[in-house]
Ligand binder design. Sequence first.
Ligand code: NSS
Length: 432
Amino acid sequence: MCPASHINDLLKEPVLDLDVEVRGWVHRTRSSGKIVFDVLRDATGIIQVTIKKGNLPDMEFESAQMSHIESSVIVRGRMFKDDRAPGGYEIRASSFTLVGTSAPYPITEYQSEELLLDNRHLWIRSREQTAIMKVKASLMKGARDWLNSNEFYEVTPPIFTQNACEGGVTLFKLKYFDDQAFLSQSAQMYLEALIFSLEKVYAITPSFRAEKSRTTRHLTEFWHLELEEAWTDSKLNMEIQENLVSAMVAKAVEERSEELKLLGRDVADLKEIVPPFKRVTYAQMIDRLKQKEFEIEWGADLGAAEERAVTEDEKVPTFVTNFPRECKAFYMKEDPDDPKTVKCADLLAPEGYGEIIGGSERETDLAKLLERLEANNIPTEAYQWYLDLRKFGSVPHSGFGLGVERVVRWVCKLEHIRDAVPFPRTVARVYP
Ligand code: NSS
C-alpha cells in the first residue's frame, strides 16, 4: 500500500502512474446518483475527488454518498489532470474509507459573527482561519530564528505574580492559597532580573489584561514577545525592534504568500517592511494631529483614532518616541535632554493598524524609581526584589513587548484582533 500523501505535495509534484492516497476531511460534496464529487482538505490544501459507482466496492461508494461535510475520510486512486478542479488535478477513487462520520455541520455559508464565535472550535477549520494560523506560525518562527541567531536566550518567566507591571487597573486578581496574586500583564520585570546572568533574553508568554474596552485591538489574553538587553540604550532598542519585525514579516512572505493572498494582503506591501522604520517624537505627533484638526494638547495619551490618523498613509512602521512622563509606566528612564519626557518608543504599524510594540530604556536611578512609584501611588512592598536590581551591579538596559496578535492583525489585514488567535478571550467571551 502507498503511504498517504499531503495534498499540496501531490499538487506540486503530481504522481500520475501510481495510486495515491490522501487523508482528510470533506470540505464540499455533491452527488448525482452514480457519482459523488468531493473536495477534500487536509492541513496543506484542497483537492477534488470523484467517486464513481463501479470503480470501487459498492459499500465504499455508499460510504461516499453518506459522507457529509467534515467527515474524515481516506481516499485512494489515480490523479488526472483537470483544469476545472482547484489545483488543476483530481483523484478518481478506487477506494474510499469513511473514518469519522459528521453530524450536520452548524456552519453554512452566511453566518452571524456570534454563531461563528460560539462554534469557534469548528470555525478554526475554515480556510481563512487556517491561513491566519499558518501566517502566525511563520511570524513566530521568523522571530525565534532572528532572536536565536542574534544570541538572545529564550527564558521562562512566571505567569503568577504579585507585581503590576503596567498599572493596577487591568490586573486579573486571583486567590493564591491564603495570599493574593495576579495573572502576569508583562514578563518585563523578570526579564530585567535575568539580564544580570544572561545579558540578552526574550520570552514568549501569554499576558493578561482585564481591559474593559470592547475594541478591535484588545484581547484579555494575548501572546507577548518580550525582550530585554543589558548595555542597550533606547536608540539601539529601536534598531533591535525594526530588525526583528522585518525578519518576522520576511519569514511570513517567504513561507506564506499563498495564504496572505487568500487573506487579501498584497505581499508587495510586506516586502517594503525593511529597516529603517520612521521615527517621530511625541511632540511632533501632537503637531501633526493638530494639523489634522484633532483637539489634543501636549500631555494627552494617543488613542486608536490618533494612531490611525497619523499612520493610515504610511507604508512602513513608525516609532513614536519621548512621551510625557505622566503618560507612561513608572520604570521608563527620564530623558536627561528633555526631563519631562521618557526614553520610550511605541511602534505603530502602517495603514492605521496602530501600536504593535511598547518599549523603553529602563530607569536605573533608584531614587527616581522610588519617586515614580510614589507619584503613581504604588505600594513598594511587592517591588523590593525589583528595586534590589538597582542595588547590585545595575547597568543601562532596555527592552520591549510586542503583541503577537497585533502584528498578525496588521500582516493579515484583519478587521478584528480576535481573528488573530484561535480561541479569543475578550470582555464578552471565554467560551469555547
Ligand atoms: O503595555 S505595553 O505597551 N508594554 C508592556 O507591557 C511592557 N512591560 C513590555 C516590555 O517592555 N517588556 O504592551 C506591549 C504590547 C503592546 O504594544 C501591544 O502590542 C500588546 O503588548 N498589547 C496587547 N495586545 C492585545 N490585547 C491587549 N489587551 C494588549 N495590551 C497590550
